[in-house]
Write a protein that binds this ligand. Structure first.
Ligand code: SAM
Length: 283
């Protein structure tokens, strides 16, 4: 008789508060033959707390390709496996995409066991439109690349969500303020579901000042309101200031100064200046 194929369960674990570990997730992790974890030492502690003694295998970015064939063979032989990450939902800024693609390619069954994720938790309390949003994950670590990425996002009208590490939270927030404007509404969610959970919703400029006066410890999600549609930004007052400055200064400087005075992103103003130039040349 042919063996039935095994199933891969992709299981969310808590992002801090252990009570967020669903009974279904715990039951699946008890029942599978093998749990595939990012860091086995880290996950063993969580599993021990719930008296789950299933064997563990590590899968991280350095061994994912090499381990995938072994894991596929086990599924083909009928073993049920579960994939977890250090915290939250696997694959959300976590490894596993190559393995899961291979599971699909091998036409093996795969089942999600949903639960906590920091991005959804932060969005749910941010109060910015979330019917459509952009999850950017971690920004580039190097300052120049980070600023370039933020510049590209400055005119995005959908809500933006970022993850950030404690040692980069201040420079990242500063770059967001510089590229999106000090007035742009934002929310910082720190240590979600944990003892020192902090939710602070302020314009980017004030949020940065607030964070400077705090300890920059813990895990962070930053949610930033999307850019207002350009027509709404360019009020008669903004137009007046920009036009006056642009008569006296190069475009880049006029856009920068207008941005500092009005809070409208310098990229929006710069693009607008270019459009004005093009329109004048066509006349
Ligand atoms: N897979 C996870 C998820 O579903 O949210 C994310 C993993 S990613 C490697 C880790 C990052 O997620 C942290 O640096 C932080 O930005 C965010 N994060 C995770 N747990 C968090 C928490 N309790 N509070 C705030 N941010 C958290």
């Amino acid at each position: 008789m042919l063996n039935a194929k095994g199933t891969l369960y992709v299981v969310a674990t808590p992002i801090g508060n252990l009570q967020d570990f669903s009974p279904r997730a715990q039951k699946i992790l008890q029942e599978v033959q093998l749990i595939i974890a990012e860091d086995t030492r880290h996950s063993r502690q969580l599993l021990a707390h719930f008296h789950i003694n299933t064997p563990l295998q590590s899968l991280h970015e350095h061994n994912e390709k090499q381990m995938t064939q072994t894991l596929l063979t086990r599924l083909q032989q009928g073993d049920n496996l579960a994939l977890i990450s250090d915290a939250g939902t696997p694959l959300i800024s976590d490894p596993g995409a190559y393995f899961i693609q291979s599971v699909h390619a091998a036409q093996l069954p795969i089942v999600p066991i949903p639960g906590a994720s920091a991005l959804i938790s932060a969005l749910s309390v941010a109060g910015f439109p979330a019917d459509s949003f952009v999850f950017e994950g971690f920004l580039p670590a190097k300052a120049h690349a980070r600023q370039q990425r933020l510049q590209q996002l400055a005119e995005e009208t959908r809500t933006l969500v970022f993850y950030e590490a404690p040692h980069r939270i201040l420079p990242s927030l500063q770059d967001m303020r510089d590229n999106f404007g000090a007035q742009r509404p934002a929310l910082l969610a720190r240590e979600l579901t944990k003892v020192f959970e902090t939710i602070q919703r302020l314009p980017l400029g004030e949020l940065l000042e607030w964070l400077k006066s705090e300890k920059q410890l813990g895990e962070f999600v930053i949610v930033v309101a999307g850019a207002p549609a350009v027509e709404k930004l360019l009020t008669p007052e903004v137009e007046r200031i920009f036009t006056l400055l642009y008569q006296e200064l190069p475009l880049k400087q006029a856009a920068k100064l207008t941005s500092e005075i009005t809070g409208v992103s310098k990229n929006v103003l710069y693009d607008w200046g270019i459009q004005l130039n093009q329109a004048t040349q066509q006349e």
